[in-house]
Write a protein that binds this ligand. Structure first.
Ligand SMILES: O=C(O)CCC(=O)C(=O)O
Length: 251
């Protein structure tokens, strides 16, 4: 768990690297579940998969992303990593914090794509008075060469900044005018996590290293009473679209 000083640092700077939230064994369990899903990437429901690479690249081979992996593999929700992540989110955002979303992004060795600079709030233009926390959990050690996260400190304080589409990249919206020299890398060992707020400007490096970089990303929201119709509808549609696959997977 984090100290009060770390909590304050997160709220002041908009991000926090924590090197020791989980044990290697706890991460290995998550890695095994995620690997099992990525191994079946081509067979996952269409609603569960994206690729953040080039628009003309081979879908699933560049920067594969799985949406709601914990719905496809419900054991993920029963892991120590999930439980501790949720307790941490409640400590940061307060009682009544609600698990909103999870996804997993993989960068194969030699993946030349950075995750472009963005604020998560720009993808959720609800305008609702909610606060969110992202917990980014790598399954291998990560540094700048392997695709670690990077942040612009205190960038969460200026509201939603202008964003622009990135030609040639699937679904990417990039914050306009980020001064990269202000950014801070957050390298992590196995068992570490990078935390950030809904408005923090962030990016992740390409993976020029020899290992596959996989991250499980948990997103929590507060207050729980903010349950916009669009969110519930999105969930209902997703569950409908993946029901047949989930039924087969658990048989
Ligand atoms: O894993 C990545 O490459 C980016 C993750 C990210 O942008 C996020 O967790 O908000």
């Amino acid at each position: 768990m984090i100290t009060e000083q770390q909590r304050r640092s997160l709220l002041t700077d908009g991000y926090l690297g924590v090197p020791d939230l989980f044990t290697p064994g706890e991460i290995a369990e998550v890695a095994q579940r995620l690997d099992g899903l990525f191994d079946r990437f081509a067979d996952l429901p269409a609603a569960s998969v994206l690729d953040l690479g080039a628009t003309d690249g081979e879908f699933g081979a560049e920067v594969p992303e799985i949406l709601y992996p914990s719905s496809l593999s419900p054991q993920l929700r029963r892991t120590a990593v999930f439980r501790r992540g949720r307790a941490l989110a409640r400590r940061v955002l307060g009682a009544g914090t609600w698990f909103r979303f999870d996804h997993s992004i993989r960068k194969p060795p030699g993946c030349g794509y950075e995750t472009v600079w963005h604020q998560d709030r720009v993808h959720k233009r609800s305008g609702l008075p909610e606060r969110r926390l992202n917990i980014w959990i790598p399954t291998t050690p990560v540094g700048p060469a392997d695709g670690c996260m990077r942040y612009v400190p205190r960038s969460h304080r200026n509201g939603v900044l202008p964003h622009e589409p990135v030609p040639g990249r699937r679904g990417a919206l990039r914050t306009v005018g980020v001064a990269e020299s202000d950014a801070v890398d957050v390298p992590l060992p196995v068992g570490g996590a990078a935390l950030h707020l809904f408005e923090t400007v962030h990016s992740a490096h390409p993976n020029s290293g020899p290992s596959t970089r996989t991250a499980w990303i948990l997103q929590f929201t507060h207050p729980r009473t903010v349950l916009p119709t669009a969110t519930l509808l999105h969930r209902a549609v997703y569950f409908g679209q993946t029901r047949a696959w989930r039924g087969k997977a658990t048989r």
